[in-house]
Design a binder for this molecule. Structure first.
Ligand SMILES: [Zn+2]
Length: 711
């Protein structure tokens, strides 16, 4: 029996945590009492610790089966940084290296071994394992055993053998996402024996989820989203390889550091990009889904999708790569109906009809999620079979200010009536064609021009009709049947009969909307972060480990906020254990002491606060004159010269024009960039340091007072 205080001691000294997080202790206790375990917890909830901690308390070897080579490497490096004896066997090793690891295992020099699932196909591997003392098997990404999962892997099926060969050795399986069906499937495929099932809420508290209709190529929405994230790390997922490069070019033009990553690049280039990203040398990777499998970088602050993923599972896993350190992170999904259609078309070659139907349903749900007005977190949770309350503050739908509601009851009834009259046998595009009085061939083929509903929706654009249809899906008035035919639900029938009204948010009516221009100067990054980060980079380069292995961003932020200069203060920080203190404590304390001295900080922390919202001015002639000059391709400087005013006056005109949607975000940036670049760097620094203590209004008035008094 392992004494209770032993686990707290390791938690504290080795992992540097003062307390277990939700679920961790239950999982640790189950493993220590040799019970099988299935844990379904969201990414970032602290999964690894659940098995790494008991691994150190148990006598024998813990074998972790993980499908992802990159992840294994990172985990082993991170463990070694905490002085834990860990190693791996996978296809990146040659025979000699494998022999050497095996020898270490025989000598009991390793506590935790990571292996790839295909290793179990190799001759003699199971026999080898039978010859040593194994205390625990861990199966990571356990949803891969399930045929119902989205990432079924044949290699994982072999793992059903584990229970036959090792009847008394407990198995702990982990996954971040599993519907109830997949959950059952995992238990039966792995032959788990009366397992403890820990199912966390499918909710990432620190992720803010936004989904919005893509306008054009989405570039201006991307820049709008990124404008306050200049130095942050993130991933942008695109649909095609070609799009990765065009987004990269666009980001670079706008002053971001970004690189492309997709399956068409050579291994060498991909490895370089991966490394640069892990080591914080580039901020943004623009990738097809080939990127990020098993990535363990904890400080990813945002994930953007420029088009819709195929399933909620994919989507949730991809956005789940943000914010693993628990700090606030943002996600943006840009989508259109066309995304769904083009992905549907890709399924046309799938011959297994049952499988294809499953994929179509998943895609369908994905689209409904994107176009929905319900809480994003709640919708995702319900997909995985969890019931949670609306988040209230962490998604666009919950935080949206009250949007004007448009009554679309009559239009809804027009559409539902069309569904009914076309015998519930046609897809959305055709139904909208009937409503809009289209003259295409298919209409005549089915004689739909003779229906009484033909042409009664001419007053609305296709976009508007699509928005109405989205809303009808959203409120479950219609559903999709075979061959994508739209059908009425019982509720839809009620609406058709005029027994209920339908409303839509005004901004969802398929009309392009712009955000108001807000000078957003809030920055989440605390003061001195850059200094501490530079030191971390230096250490990570010297030791050739990823930066987060030294200290995560979360720890750096805490260091900035608390500025500890003694061992006690240092160890009081969550995530810093004795090993980290011994390795890096001294050198960080020196830097922090220097920072404190230079900034004359005793214990008070400097506050920076600046928020300014611009009020919208009326669009008068002077602004329109400026617009005309812009349209004649003049730069800001040229316009200022022509009009005999300061550059700043013209810049203020641009902002008014932008607010009135006379200029796009892209045009605005294009005009502003040269002026920004010309701004003297030294002066900018001086102003910014003044802004730490004064707001801009005070500065302006004091500056003119100064001019009057002293010059
Ligand atoms: Zn919400």
């Amino acid at each position: 029996m392992i004494p209770q205080n032993k686990k707290y001691e390791i938690l504290n000294n080795t992992f540097g945590h003062k307390a277990f997080r939700a679920f961790q202790e239950g999982a640790v206790d189950a493993i220590l009492s040799k019970q099988d375990l299935l844990t379904i917890i969201p990414t970032g909830a602290g999964k690894s610790l659940c098995y790494q901690l008991p691994a150190l308390l148990l006598d024998g070897l813990t074998v972790v089966i993980s499908p992802l080579i990159a992840l294994m490497n990172d985990q082993v490096v991170a463990l070694q940084a905490n002085n834990i004896e860990a190693s791996l066997i996978n296809s990146s090793l040659n025979q000699e290296q494998i022999e050497s690891v095996i020898q270490q295992i025989k000598n009991k020099e390793i506590k935790i071994l990571y292996v790839a699932p295909e290793r179990f196909q190799a001759n003699g591997f199971l026999e080898f394992l039978s010859s040593i003392d194994i205390s625990l098997f861990v199966i990571d990404e356990a949803h891969c055993v399930s045929e119902w999962g989205h990432e079924f892997r044949a290699d994982y099926q072999k793992l059903s053998l584990l229970k036959q060969h090792f009847q008394t050795t407990p198995i702990a399986a982990f996954t971040a996402t599993a519907t109830k069906k997949v959950q059952q499937n995992i238990v039966s495929s792995l032959n788990l024996n009366n397992p403890l099932i820990l199912r966390g809420e499918t909710k990432r508290e620190n992720l803010t989820i936004t989904a919005t209709k893509r306008v054009g190529n989405g570039h201006s929405q991307l820049i709008e989203f990124l404008k306050d994230k200049k130095n942050q790390t993130g991933i942008v997922y695109t649909f095609t390889r070609r799009e990765t490069q065009s987004v990269v070019n666009f980001l670079i033009q706008n002053g971001f550091s970004a690189k492309a990553y997709h399956a068409g690049l050579s291994n060498e280039i991909r490895e370089d990009v991966y490394k640069e990203f892990i080591n914080d040398e580039i901020n943004i990777v623009v990738a097809t889904i080939a990127f990020g499998m098993g990535i363990d970088k904890s400080n990813i602050r945002f994930v953007v999708h420029t088009s819709m993923p195929k399933t909620i599972e994919n989507y949730y896993q991809e956005i789940g790569r943000a914010g693993r350190d628990g700090l606030e992170s943002k996600t943006l999904l840009l989508y259109t109906k066309a995304d769904e259609i083009s992905k549907m078309a890709m399924m046309d070659d799938i011959t297994n009809l049952e499988y294809r139907k499953l994929l179509e349903e998943k895609l369908n749900f994905m689209y409904r999620f994107a176009s929905s007005s319900n809480c994003r977190h709640k919708t995702i949770a319900s997909y995985f079979g969890d019931e949670i309350d609306p988040c209230g503050s962490k998604c666009d739908n919950c935080t949206k200010e009250k949007v004007e509601q448009v009554d679309i009851t009559i239009d809804s009834r027009k559409f539902l009536s069309t569904v009914f009259r076309a015998n519930q046998s046609f897809g959305q595009n055709h139904l909208v064609d009937i409503l809009r009085g289209s003259k295409n061939q298919k209409i005549y083929q089915f004689e739909h021009q003779k229906l009484s509903v033909y042409g009664i929706g001419e007053d609305k654009s296709k976009n508007e009709w699509d928005a109405i249809v989205d809303r009808l899906f959203d409120i479950d008035a219609i559903s999709v049947g075979e061959y994508r035919a739209i059908k009425l639900t019982p509720y839809g029938l009620k609406v058709l009969k005029g027994e209920d009204q339908v409303f839509i948010d005004k901004d969802k009516m398929g009309v392009i909307t712009h955000h108001n221009f807000i000078l957003d100067t809030s920055d989440d990054e605390p003061e001195f972060f850059e200094e501490l980060k530079a030191l971390r980079t230096e250490i990570s380069k010297k030791e050739q480990v990823p930066a987060y292995v030294v200290f995560s961003d979360k720890i750096l932020v805490t260091l900035c906020q608390t500025l500890p200069t003694t061992k006690e203060e240092f160890l009081a920080i969550d995530g810093i254990g004795l090993a980290k203190w011994e390795k890096y404590g001294e050198i960080f304390v020196q830097l922090i002491a220097k920072i404190k001295q230079q900034n004359n900080i005793q214990d008070n922390i400097i506050e920076i606060k600046q928020t300014q919202t611009l009020e919208i001015k009326k669009l008068t002639k002077t602004y329109l004159d400026t617009l005309e000059l812009i349209e004649q391709n003049n730069t800001i400087e040229q316009i200022a010269k022509i009009k005999g005013v300061q550059n700043s006056t013209i810049v203020s005109h641009l902002k008014v024009l932008y607010q009135h949607q006379k200029l796009s975000q892209e045009q605005l940036q294009h005009l502003l960039n040269p002026i920004k670049e010309q701004f003297p760097a030294e002066l900018k620094n001086s102003i910014e340091s003044l802004l730490l203590n004064y707001d801009i209004k005070t500065l302006k008035s004091q500056l003119s007072l100064y001019e009057q008094l002293f010059i």
